[in-house]
Design a protein around this ligand. Sequence first.
Ligand SMILES: Nc1ncnc2c1ncn2[C@@H]1O[C@H](COP(=O)(O)OP(=O)(O)OP(=O)(O)O)[C@@H](O)[C@H]1O
Length: 244
Amino acid sequence: MLSISDLVVRYPKSKENAIDHVSLTLNKGEFVCVLGKSGAGKSTFIRSINRLMQPSSGLIKWDGTELTTLSEAKMRQVRTEMVMIFQHFNLIPRMTVFQNTLTGAFGHRPSYKNLLGLFTAEEKRRGIEALEQVGLTDHADKRVEALSGGQKQRVGIARALLQSPKLILGDEPVASLDPSTSRKIFELLKKIHEERELLSIINVHDVNLAKEFATRIIAFRDGQLIFDGKPDEVDDKMFAYIYQ
Ligand SMILES: Nc1ncnc2c1ncn2[C@@H]1O[C@H](COP(=O)(O)OP(=O)(O)OP(=O)(O)O)[C@@H](O)[C@H]1O
């Protein structure tokens, strides 16, 4: 469970709060889509949860552990349970699909092994399984730079699976993809979400995708939480309110 109380995030030198006194509780099993127009605070919200962005004040409790004041070493441990899926994939272009997938195991390993690039037989087995799950088995030995955007995001998801996450944070994971590929990526994320009973929190610009896949939608405007409800509550009036 993720419990957020009175969260404020302000960027250095900024006069406005990017996240402005937000409180909410998100539960395991929820597939949460985050809406809001550009600059509303979606990305800042997602990034403050795993402290890629340091909150200015407020509390974030993840399974009972308060994160905002946790040491960086302890936070690194907690981050092994949280995985981030990015708009621009954040892959290593010249490495293969399989190698990129295996890097998902890094958070769980001693750092000297990361440097040597050593992977156990078990990690390799899980890498093969993850590639099967995202439908990329036939591309395992290709360099990532030779893939389409949709395929790259599948590698991003396979890498995430290696981490055995409990929480998926998606920062516009389909913003660079065409509508049909975006839908397939959402189908894949939802399938994984359900199989592993995760909490997923995903920023998305396409309201139709959010309404189709989310079990809960939240929306920000000017850093404030202005909607928290079920997908079918986002009617035309609410849509206009969120994006005005
Ligand atoms: N590095 C930064 N330094 C200063 N202000 C920032 C920085 N990043 C974001 N902001 C500001 O914080 C607010 C929230 O931005 P954020 O990127 O979280 O919005 P968003 O809803 O994710 O937008 P988009 O959909 O365009 O990605 C905006 O006012 C933005 O200008």
